[in-house]
Design a protein around this ligand. Sequence first.
Ligand code: FES
Length: 122
Amino acid sequence: MYSEKVMDHFSNPRNVGELKDANGIGTVGNATCGDIMKVYLKVENGIIQDVSFKTFGCGAAIATSSMATEMVKGKSLEEALKVSNIAVMEALDGLPPQKVHCSVLAEEAIHAAIEDYRKNQA
Ligand code: FES
């Protein structure tokens, strides 16, 4: 039921852990399933130089956080904000319908981390 890409990112997630020198951190959760996702960003000159995540959740949540962090790395904040959950799902060759909300969590976590970074700069 899961694509090879989902299984790959679930089994070997990229960018796992805390970023010690993060300057933007976003935490989001889904009240229904109880899963939690935390994204760490290191932003310099408007570019995401480094990114990592910690996800307490299902396999699809781990796979989507892994892929989403890969997709925003090296991007400007504006470009990163355009990385939608649909784009993350497409990059993973799809998700079962009941797992779409896991990709939404990944998009929300990136957005929350960018918001936090912007707040820290204000
Ligand atoms: Fe809720 Fe996957 S089941 S994030």
